[in-house]
Each structure stands twice: as C-alpha cells, then as structure tokens.
Write a protein that binds this ligand. Structure first.
Ligand SMILES: [Zn+2]
Length: 328
C-alpha cells in the first residue's frame, strides 16, 4: 500500500491508525491576520476570544486532547483562505505526537482573487501539483489531498474552475479530493459531475458535510456515484441537530455503507468567522454544542456503539477508510 504524507514526513498507510479525517487546527483568514495581526480569533474549547499569538497554544491543546482520546492522526483540510500553515502543523505534531495530514486547494464559496480569476484551471492545478509533489509554502512538507468547496451560492463559474483544477491535480498526481458540500443546496451531484468530466477517480473523492442532512434519498444518490461521504459536523446543530445525525449514521450502517463513511466534527481549534459574543450566543442557544476535537471519540463513538455500531464498523470508518481514501 502507498505511503501518506504527513507534516513530519511520509508514513506507511498502516501507520495512520485511528484517524479524524476532518478537523482544523486553524480556520482563520490569512489575509486578515497578516494585515491586522492584532485582530482576535475564537477558541471554541476555551469558549473565549484569543489573540493571534495564542493560536499555536490553542492548536496544541486540541492536538493533545485528541491524542489523549487515542486518536493517532488528523487530516487538516485547511487550504488557502483557512489559514493553512504547515510550519504550525509540524510544530503541533512534534509537540503532541499527533500525526497531521496537510492539504492543498482553495476554500472559497465563490470569491477568487484576480490571480486566480485570470488564470485557467490547468494553471491553478499546477500550483496544487507543486504542493503535492514538491512541498507546501517553501518546505519539504507535501500535501496529501486536495480541498475545494461549494456552498450556498452553488457551483458558480469560479467554483467550477476550482473543482476542475482540483480534479486535474488529482488525475495528475493520484492525490484524493475532499469537497466541502452543502446538502441544503444539493451541491454534491454537480460537484461530482465535474470531477467525473475531468476523469478523476470517484473512489478517491470525499463529499464532506453530507451528514448535514438526514435525507437518505439524497445521501444514497451521492453514494451511488462511488464516493466517500463525510458525517463530519457533530456538534454543529445549526446545520443538523445531534438527535438527527446519530440515527442517520446508524441507518446508513444498517444499509451497508460503513466502508464509505467518515466520522469527524469539522472542529476548529481557533476560528475567526464570528466575534466572540456571537459564538457564545450560538453555544447558549444550543446551536453549537461540544464542538471540538474531542467530539467524535468522546461522544459520537459511544452513542453509535449504544445504537448498535459493531467494532468492525468502527474500525472500518476510523482506520480502514482513511487508508483507502488517502492511499488508494
Ligand atoms: Zn472543514
């Protein structure tokens, strides 16, 4: 089996172990914090705003919390616009012992800087390929997968361009794709169609956030294309409450889809999207509950076990699927 790139170097796929496929050490816009280094961000685990120089400490806290819960690896799907920083990832990995798998790509729901607006998908793919084959941000740390996103605006012209670039880079390198999706807008079918048109291997595509719906017809339509799905936002009740996420996973396990699902929380050690007061209000309203890197090992897994998930299904989702998606 192939090897998988981590920020501390390539490892055998068998060394991935128990893996959280979608957790973030940072979800902070790099442009904002480069221009205004005094601007604050929010740390959900601490439930307070933190200054920029605390970001590494908070990231380390999250990584250590995961290790304590016997998580061996996390994939961090932060590309451009979520503050990707492989130097920070390596530091956190070395200090915590958590293996961290970095990505390339662009996280946008539509906006692209002129640099990308005026370049074609092949040229954008060149940048992704460079991250995968040579290294990220001038380092020798290589990206292991490609991230793109479609959300409420749908698959706009810009989003289509990023998806085509992601697919082209995947075809050229064999790297898998993780596509953020929005079930409420049914973005996945068109996202998958673009990957298919570009000749990408759909068995190496992961449609993130599919767990934001309990519409099993929609989910099975997505699964029918041969992709993996992310049941990956436990704690974000604002998209779908916990009470609906757990039964949806259990039903899909019953229908035989253990080998196509990922469990994760999409947690962010720090996130700058909302002012602290707004983040605290979301928590108080029950819209964001226990949303941190401990969510899956400490709450989701016990709830699924109670609902009948077998040890084999657990192993498939947490150990085998990461291997097959990342290493082929
Ligand atoms: Zn995410």
């Amino acid at each position: 089996m192939a090897r998988v790139e981590t920020v501390t170097g390539p490892i055998e796929a068998d060394e991935l172990g128990r893996t959280l496929i979608h957790e973030h050490l940072t979800s902070n816009d790099e442009a904002v914090h480069t221009q205004w280094p005094g601007a604050e961000t929010f740390a959900p685990m601490r439930e307070v705003a933190v200054s920029w120089n605390e970001v590494p400490d908070v990231a380390l806290e999250a990584a250590r919390a995961a290790v304590e819960l016997e998580v061996r690896t996390m994939a961090d799907p932060a590309p451009m616009f979520l503050g990707r920083d492989v130097g920070l990832m390596r530091q956190v990995s070395e200090q915590s012992g958590l293996q961290i798998v970095p990505c390339t790509g662009i996280y946008t729901y539509d906006h692209l800087p002129p640099f990308f607006a005026n370049r074609d998908p092949d040229t954008i793919a060149d940048l992704f390929v460079d991250d995968i084959e040579r290294g990220v941000q001038g380092t020798d740390m290589k990206a292991a997968f490609i991230k793109c996103a479609a959300d409420e605006p749908g698959v706009t012209e810009n989003i289509e361009k990023v998806h085509r670039a992601a697919a082209k880079a995947s075809v050229r390198t064999g790297a898998p794709i993780m596509a953020h999706s929005r079930p409420a807008s049914e973005t996945a079918p068109r996202q998958i169609e673009i990957f298919e048109e570009e000749g990408a291997d759909l068995s190496r595509v992961q449609i993130a956030h599919t767990g934001d719906t309990d519409d099993l017809d929609y989910i099975e339509r997505v699964l029918d294309k041969g992709v993996f799905i992310g049941m990956d936002r436990f704690g974000l009740n604002l998209f779908l409450p916990w009470e609906k996420r757990i039964p949806t996973v259990l039903e899909l396990l019953d229908r035989g889809y253990a080998d196509r699902m990922f469990l994760s929380a999409d947690s962010c050690a720090t996130i700058d999207w909302f002012p602290a007061a707004a983040a605290q209000q979301l928590a108080e309203a029950g819209l964001v509950v226990d949303w941190d890197i401990r969510m899956v090992p400490s709450k989701v897994i016990p709830a699924l076990r109670e609902g009948g998930m077998t040890e084999e299904q657990f192993d498939t989702m947490m150990v085998e699927n990461p291997k097959r998606w990342l290493a082929g």
